[in-house]
Design a binder for this molecule. Sequence first.
Ligand code: AMP
Length: 280
Amino acid sequence: MQLISDIQQASEQCRQWREDNETIAFVPTMGCLHAGHLGLVEKAMQSADRVVVSIFVNPLQFDDPADLSKYPKTLEEDLKKLGDYEVDLVFIPETETFYAEGEENVEKIDPGAIATILEGEKRPGHFAGVTTVVKRLFEIIQPTVAVFGEKDFQQVMVVSSLIREFGMNISLQAIPTFREPDGLAMSSRNTRLSPAERKQASEIYRQMKATREAILSGNTDFSELESIATGNLTQLGFDPEYVAIRQADTLLKPQNPADKLVILVAAKLGETRLIDNMRV
Ligand code: AMP
């Protein structure tokens, strides 16, 4: 497992692999790795000859400076975990070289209309930060396959439209969410929950499940179902930002009974903002 911080060096190693007709699967992360990330790495191992994982806490995608400064950094443990997998390259760029022009001078990539709703609406600038970092990472690594988690459902759509928009020859794999035994979606931010909050946090999963069951049993009053789940979460001590039942392929409001649906939730628990989703 090579550790490379230098952009040229990472790019050169990947170019060499491509020249040798080896395929590359790429898993971008912000570190503080948990079993969900490692599940993505396993998928990557099955998808290509070479596996590249990046660890980079991208300042451009944080709309809240406090969230950025509190973001957990556990590089040593991350590398130890990755050492148990067949990872060929861990790319760990420095912010100063990755955004050599200075963070404030970076020309951001417009993520388009999908970024104006839900997470995009609640976290202005977040998805422009995502498209900007992902495009640069894709240009450096030029992977055959990029592996992302459905935990960040809207992010998968943003990346998919980025690939389409720029005509990149990358196949996008979206992996279902890995959960703790009580249903809580694994997340680096879970480490910030107090023991009491950690116990409470899985209520998001239970509320999504109840909403899903209501839909499956024929309830199509989606606004009412959203209000019920929001009310329940509030009563349970959350500060919900949204509970939204949307079309799974567009994230627009449902229109037809045949629409495939997804339930998306963002809620704060104490100081920690949690997001999750569930397909119906
Ligand atoms: P992050 O380090 O939070 O930027 O996440 C890196 C990648 O891991 C993203 O594609 C996430 O969607 C994915 N990911 C994070 N948590 C999970 C999870 N619980 N299950 C599946 N994928 C996840």
